[in-house]
Design a protein around this ligand. Structure first.
Ligand code: NAD
Length: 512
């Protein structure tokens, strides 16, 4: 990976729409500033997409579809392998831009977001050659049947701002590996690395129009894309509230949907757990990306004998986390993605406090960083630990999406597992125990798309990611994601050569 390559934003002077292999300016009415939440400065002024720009992107994707969907798996795989090389060459630049537009620490962008994206790309290069229909044979006796797995068509995708590059990759890679073409609308707060990813696709030789990116507002460009009659499938990652709206629009058009929605992951610590491991896991699992992670540990349920020591341990470690300039490689925690979002997170904490919860540590905007940074200029919020909240309270039930961990005690194993399942969400969870039977029971009973045992957060390209319950349906990453982006066709071919088939008797010609 090349280090310290300067961030080069000059190409965005050509616009922030990527349509048919070229950057162009949006024709929406207002200019929009992509803001660095670490200091409030403008990273890039862009012109947002109008509905006409969305139409142009869908037309480009539709035009590219026949050739791309008929390209051999080997051709698609070779292009994706070249893409992984291009991304690797640009790794430092991707990390710098990701950090500038989100405020996430450079060590997270350069050690997690960017390498994860490169690995995903290499994975889908391989996966493209492993698409298969399950069976072929003479099931009726008079026919040969076989199954074709085919692309769906133009995919309309919408992604969130928390991991902009990874979310773009999770949408684009399985879609195009399976022979679809795509129009992606990233969150308007953070469009830049999605545009860079699309440009890298062109450099890697992926034909124009296969990957298009429109930078636009959700209500206008997003809804227009979802409802567009030439979009055959909608894949969405974002909040459950917006996912519901997207599902309504897509359902009206009888479109395939893939919905990756919100989460409120429980973190269940049984009394035979390694306390030190659980405390470290809770700090890392709740503060990653400033808690703006759909799988972040948000509710720790700790069995009574370990409860006090767990709370004290987490409070102590929260105090050691270094807030500062996200470009500084020693910074652990950057700002939240925007000032509006910081205020939203602070609102959750204030309401919890006013309803009787105790804020053990944090609960305010910090002022000075470990590196002397004036944190007051950015959208920073302290790591915050809350206890004494009621299970049914907003801070336990709602998605805060900030560096806030709530800890509650439980007595019996049954109670711990019941509380873990007691929110509308079901994206991820973790259990902490030294007992084989406890972990087997908990992993069976927790209703979530991913359950970790004695860890919380790691993901891997080969394994599926996706929710249960209000966290949505469908899988990202892994071979399973290709099921989302393909459809199955049964071909049944007459084997007899006979003009008068036996079964015709059930309709006509039965002389008996
Ligand atoms: P959001 O729902 O506010 O926005 C997501 C995207 O939807 C953005 O691109 C936005 O512009 C667009 N949008 C907004 N209104 C729209 C509309 N009416 N029609 C079409 N598109 C519209 O989410 P966010 O705040 O960007 O991201 C945070 C959310 O994403 C959290 O809820 C988090 O849990 C979720 N998330 C889920 C996963 C997962 O894999 N399940 C991964 C990452 C983030």
């Amino acid at each position: 990976m090349e280090e310290n390559r300067p961030m080069d934003l000059s190409s965005f002077a050509d616009g922030a729409q990527y349509i048919a292999g070229r950057l162009s300016h949006g024709t929406g009415p207002e200019p929009f500033d992509v803001v660095n939440p670490a200091d409030g400065g403008t990273v890039q002024r862009v012109r947002l997409a109008s509905t006409e720009d969305v139409d142009a992107a869908v037309a480009a994707a539709a035009a590219a579809l026949p050739e791309w969907s008929r390209a051999t798996p080997g051709t698609r795989a070779a292009a994706l392998l070249r893409l992984s090389t291009v991304l690797d060459e640009r790794a430092a630049e991707f990390a710098a831009v990701e950090t500038a537009q989100t405020g996430k620490p450079i060590k997270l962008s350069s050690e997690f977001d960017v390498p994860g994206t490169i690995d995903n790309t290499a994975f889908f290069a391989g996966a493209a050659r492993n698409l298969e229909g399950r069976a072929a044979g003479e099931y009726s006796g008079d026919h040969t049947s076989y199954v074709r797995r085919e692309a769906i068509g133009v995919v309309g995708s919408i992604s969130p701002w928390n991991y902009p590059l990874q979310m773009a990759a999770w949408k684009i890679l399985p879609a195009i590996a399976a022979g679809n073409t795509i129009v992606l609308k990233p969150a308007e707060l953070t469009p830049l690395t999605s545009l860079m990813f699309a440009r890298a696709c062109t450099e890697a030789g992926i034909p124009d129009g296969v990957v298009n990116v429109v930078t636009g507002a959700g209500r206008t460009a997003g809804e227009h894309l979802v409802a567009h009659p030439d979009v055959a499938m909608v894949s969405f990652t974002g909040s459950t509230a917006v996912g519901r709206r997207v599902a309504e629009l897509a359902t009206a058009g009888i479109k395939r949907t893939h919905l990756e929605l919100g989460g409120k992951a429980p973190f269940v610590v049984f009394d035979d757990a390694d306390l030190d491991a659980a405390v470290h896991g809770a700090v890392a699992g709740s503060l990653i990306n400033s808690g703006q992670d759909c799988t972040a540990a948000t509710r720790a349920y700790v069995q009574r004998p370990l409860y006090d020591a767990f709370v004290a341990g987490v409070a102590e470690l929260f105090g050691t986390v270094r807030l500062g300039d996200p470009r500084n490689p020693r910074t652990d925690l950057g700002p939240l993605v925007s000032f509006a979002h910081r205020d939203r997170v602070a609102g959750f904490v204030e309401r919890a406090r006013s309803h009787g919860a105790t804020v053990v540590t944090g609960g305010a905007a910090p002022t000075l960083g470990h590196d002397g940074t004036d944190l007051g200029r950015g959208a920073y919020y302290q790591p915050t630990l809350i206890i004494d909240a009621a299970q049914e309270s907003e801070v336990v039930q709602g998605e805060i999406f900030g560096p806030v961990l709530v800890v509650l005690p439980f007595d019996s194993d049954d109670e711990g597992l019941r509380l873990a399942n007691d929110t509308p969400y079901g994206l991820a969870a973790s259990v902490w125990t030294g007992g084989v039977h406890r972990s087997l029971r908990a992993t069976r009973e927790i209703a979530a798309g991913c359950v970790w045992v004695n860890d919380h957060i790691p993901i891997i390209s080969e394994m599926p990611h996706g929710g249960y319950k209000a966290s949505g349906h469908g899988k990202d990453m892994s071979q399973y994601s290709l099921d989302e982006y393909t459809q199955i066709k049964h071909v049944m071919q007459d084997l007899t050569g006979s003009a008068r088939k036996d079964w015709h008797r059930t309709v006509f010609g039965d002389r008996g």
